[in-house]
Ligand binder design. Sequence first.
Ligand SMILES: NC(=O)c1ccc[n+]([C@@H]2O[C@H](COP(=O)([O-])OP(=O)(O)OC[C@H]3O[C@@H](n4cnc5c(N)ncnc54)[C@H](O)[C@@H]3O)[C@@H](O)[C@H]2O)c1
Length: 370
Amino acid sequence: MQSPDSPRKVTVAVIPGDGIGAEVMEPALGILEEIGPRHGLEFAWQHHGWSCEHYTRTGRMMPADGIDQLAGADQILLGAVGFPGVPDHVSLWGLLIPIRRAFRQYVNLRPVRLLPGIECPLRLREGEDIDFVVVRENNEGEYSEVGGRVYRGTEDEIAVQESVFTRRGVTRVARYALDLASSRRGSLASATKSNGIVHTMPFWDEVVHEVAAGYPGVEVADYHIDALAAQFVRDPGRFDVVVASNLFGDILTDLGAAMVGSIGIAPSGNLNPEKEHPSMFEPVHGSAPDIAGRGVANPLGMIWTASMMLDHLGHPEAGAELLSAVTATLTSGVRTPDLGGSASTGEVAEAVLEHLRDAAQQDDAGPAGR
Ligand SMILES: NC(=O)c1ccc[n+]([C@@H]2O[C@H](COP(=O)([O-])OP(=O)(O)OC[C@H]3O[C@@H](n4cnc5c(N)ncnc54)[C@H](O)[C@@H]3O)[C@@H](O)[C@H]2O)c1
C-alpha cells in the first residue's frame, strides 16, 4: 500500500565487493527501488568500491576511515568479497570482521527454509518441512586475534589460537535466540562440544541455560556439534531455532544452505539488535570465482537478504512481499543453473520484478480485482 505520509529516507551503504558479489547486487538494488516506494521507503545508495581489487591497488580492503564512512548509513548491503591471489584471511579480517565488530553486529541470523519449488536433496518424511533459523554468535568465540606463532619455519614451530567467550557475549546472543524461539515454535537447540572443549563450551552451556531459565515457555536442548550436523540431515524438521558459536554457526549454515537447495539462495543478516549502529546484510555465498563474469549467478540469495533488511527496517510486510515474489519466481520454474535451470542472473531478477508488479496491481485493484 502507498503510504500517505512523505517517504522515510533510508541511507544504505552498498559494498558490492568481488566476483558475483557485484553481479547480484545490481538487480537487488533495482528490486528495492521498485518495492520501497510502495511501503513509504525512499532509498539513497552510498556506493563503496571496497574489495580485493581495491586491496591489490591500495594495500587495504577499505580506507582507514572506512568504519567512520559507514557509521552514517542506516544499513549496509554487502555482496561478497574474495579473489584468487588475495588470501581469504585478508578479505575477512580487512573488511567483514571489522564491520561486524565495530557496529556490534553480534547476531548473524541465517534462515534455513525449504522454499516451494525447490527440490530438497534430502529425503523428507511425509509432511516434514525444513524451516528453522540459525542464530550465530558473530563478534567473538573461535574467530579471535589472540594467539601467535613462534619458531616460524623450524621444526619447533608452534601456532596458538585462543577462543574468546565472554559472559556478556554469550548472554546477549542466547537472549536473542530465546526471544526468537518464543516468537516461533518455542524450541531452541544449542550447539556445544563440552565433551572435548572443556573450558569454553561448558561455559557456553551454563550461560545459555542461565538465560533460558527466564524463558519457561522455550524448550532448550544441547547438542554436540557433530551429532547436530548429523541430525540436520536425518531429522531437519525437528529444528526451530539453533544458537551456535561463531565457528559452529558458520559451518552449520553452509550445511543448512545445501539442505535447502543451493548456497545461491541462502540469506543472512549481521544484526545489531539494539539498532544503535547499522546492521549489515549479505548473502551466505562468497564471490564464486568459478562462475564470476558468466552472468549465471543466482541472485535470489541477495534478494532474500534484501527482504531481511526490509524486516529489520521495521517493514515486515515489505519483506514478506519480496519473499513471496522470490517464491513465485521459483515455482514458475525460472531458475539459474545451480538450481537445475538455464536462466541468467538478469532473467531471474526480472521475473522477481514482474511478480512484484503483478502483486502490486492486484493490491491496487482491491478485493474485486483479486
Ligand atoms: N561473505 C563473504 O564475502 C564470503 C563468504 C564465503 C566465501 N567468501 C570468499 O569467496 C571466495 C570463494 O569461496 P568459496 O568458493 O569457498 O565459496 P562460494 O560461496 O563463493 O562458492 C561455493 C560454490 O557455490 C557456488 N555458488 C556460490 N554462490 C552462488 C550463486 N549465487 N549462484 C550460483 N552458484 C553459487 C560457486 O559457484 C561455487 O561452486 C573465497 O575467496 C572466499 O573467501 C566470501
